[in-house]
Design a protein around this ligand. Structure first.
Ligand code: RTP
Ligand code: MG
Length: 151
């Protein structure tokens, strides 16, 4: 009998390029207070991202410190923890093609004052601290953060 020739199996167009990633996205307390939760989710969905998990919670100081552990020695750490725990946030697992870098593009840079109009931070952020949204910055961070918030 003729052997199956795996190399002869045709893949669907675009299969090679597929890189579906999961990202942890947080609509921070200022975003919830401004009533732009729907607007932000809509922007993600219009870019064909899938909302896999979603919950609303006031992040505890303990969880916030774990999440932002990499910044623990920075001057802005205490104000950052005060800000992220100041009210309810919306916490999501979002998936899609190259979602990590593409979501960070939609967000805009950390400093809202430097973010272009049309980005989430450019349209709704206040400054370098109060900036509406968090998105994972690497596959390793995404895995760690998703386990932290959705264990
Ligand atoms: P995020 O982690 O929240 O997605 O933000 P990011 O990657 O754009 O920025 P990162 O450097 O990781 O900083 C985390 C959050 O800390 C606050 N921050 N304040 N100089 C400051 O006062 C300062 N720098 C950063 C922001 O809320 C930033 O999103
Ligand atoms: Mg970050």
């Amino acid at each position: 009998m003729e052997k199956c020739r795996v190399s002869g199996v045709k893949k669907k167009a675009g299969d090679e390029a597929s890189n579906i990633e999961k990202s942890l996205v947080i609509i921070k307390p200022d975003g919830v207070k401004k009533k732009i939760v729907g607007e932000i989710i809509s922007r993600l969905e219009k870019e064909n991202f899938k909302i896999e998990k979603l919950k609303m919670a006031k992040i505890s100081r303990e969880l916030a410190c774990k999440h932002y552990y990499e910044h623990k020695d920075k001057d802005f750490f205490d104000p950052l923890i005060d800000y992220i725990t100041s009210g309810p946030s919306v916490i999501m697992v979002v998936s899609g093609e190259n979602s990590i870098s593409r979501i960070r593009e939609l967000m805009g840079p950390t400093d809202s004052r430097k973010a272009k109009k049309g980005t989430i931070r450019g349209d709704y952020g206040v400054d370098v601290t109060v900036n509406v949204i968090h998105g994972s910055d690497s596959p390793e961070s995404a895995k760690r953060e998703i386990e932290l918030f959705f264990k």
